[in-house]
Design a binder for this molecule. Structure first.
Ligand code: GTP
Ligand code: MG
Length: 335
């Protein structure tokens, strides 16, 4: 009888598609905002070129990976070649240049894990962090953006998941929960695993893009225009996918043994990665492999307390998707 009831509740899951799509659309940044970002970038490029003519500026993170919310700060990477780069000195010099150009709240944080200069541009109102030579972040930003071009359902799912994570306060790495970057990778992996798949595994295809960053070769198929129909044999809609995503992380993922890997489009074992025991602060209680820095587990920030918080939130979300009469609002209700 329970089974019947449950089927009766949710063979109407499509009723919620329109609401999820409306939420997704309300979260996409407006074109004016992107235009302001470009304006600030052009301005910064100008300033930087005067001092370092060979340097390049790249946007990275959510302002460039197509998973950004409106009114976000922008992340910029200054890339410059040379073995004798002193990042602290450069950041201090950069801060000086920015300050004399009337940019506001300029602050060089040279001792941070990723050293940056912060600034606020009074013309566009945009805040910005600039780091030096964090080229892997630029490359993984491109990977995410390329995946987003293949099937719109990735963007839809990831916006809902990010919105959920922010509302439920499980998007706070300093509190042991996951970064936005980790959530987007979880979404990509989930869509690679659907049958038929909604996303391919770009890193397993014939490479058309290849860069070497430090000692890591980053290669994958980036001719994504050719993959626009890739997922068309799978007709699942956003409400089903949201449901499936939370169901997977609530009940189907094997936290004791498994690692999700976008790089291979599959599930790997913790054993083959040697992620079975705690090393230093890395506990590997939920394992998400970085697509390029393969020794890097994006779940490493999660500890024995926050793993419970996370799993309870996944279960709450799955339960709501199974049976709540108003799942869209309830799912995203602030904590
Ligand atoms: P929001 O600011 O929450 O909207 O998302 P975001 O996409 O900017 O994500 P986040 O601040 O988590 O990450 C910024 C960028 O840093 C990512 O897009 C990656 O390119 C890069 N990055 C690389 N490694 C890591 C990592 O281990 N953790 C995080 N957080 N970011 C990483
Ligand atoms: Mg960010």
């Amino acid at each position: 009888r329970m089974v019947k009831m449950y089927m009766a509740c949710r063979n109407d899951i499509h009723r919620y598609d329109a609401t999820f799509i409306a939420i997704y659309k309300s979260l996409i940044p407006a074109e004016e905002e992107l235009e302001k970002q470009r304006q600030l970038m052009a301005h910064l490029e100008n300033l930087v070129a005067k001092e370092w003519p060979h340097a390049k500026l790249y946007l990275y993170g959510s302002c460039a990976n197509s998973f950004g919310f409106p009114k976000s700060d922008i992340d910029v990477c200054l890339a410059i070649e040379g073995d004798d780069i002193n990042k602290s000195e450069m950041l201090l010099k950069l801060a000086e240049i920015l300050e004399s150009d009337n940019l506001q709240n300029v602050q060089a944080l040279t001792r941070a894990r990723v050293p940056i200069v912060k600034l606020m541009d009074p013309v566009t109102g945009i805040s910005c962090d600039i780091c030096i030579n964090n080229v892997l972040a630029v490359v993984n930003t491109k990977l995410l953006r390329d995946y987003a071009q293949i099937d719109v359902r990735l963007r839809q799912l990831a916006f809902i998941v990010k919105h959920w994570a922010k509302s439920r306060r499980v998007n706070e790495t300093y509190q042991g929960t996951l970064s936005s970057y980790a959530y987007v990778l979880m979404c990509i992996h989930f869509l690679q695993q659907r049958r038929p798949p909604i996303l391919p595994c770009l890193q397993e295809m014939e490479p058309t893009y290849s860069v070497r960053v430090d000692n890591i070769r980053c290669t994958y198929f980036d001719n994504v225009d050719r993959l626009r129909n890739f997922g068309s044999n799978n007709r699942e809609t956003i409400a089903e996918l949201v449901w499936g995503f939370f169901n997977y992380w609530a009940y189907a993922h094997d936290y004791a043994y498994n690692v999700v890997s976008v790089r291979t489009g599959s599930i790997l074992g913790k054993r083959e990665k040697d992620w079975t025991r705690r090393v230093g602060n890395d506990r590997h209680l939920i394992c998400i492999e970085d697509p390029f820095e393969t020794s890097h587990d994006l779940g490493r920030v999660v500890d024995k307390f926050s793993i419970r918080v996370l799993r309870e939130e996944f279960e709450r979300a799955a339960r709501i998707m199974h049976q709540d009469p108003n799942p869209c609002a309830k799912l995203l209700e602030p904590y």
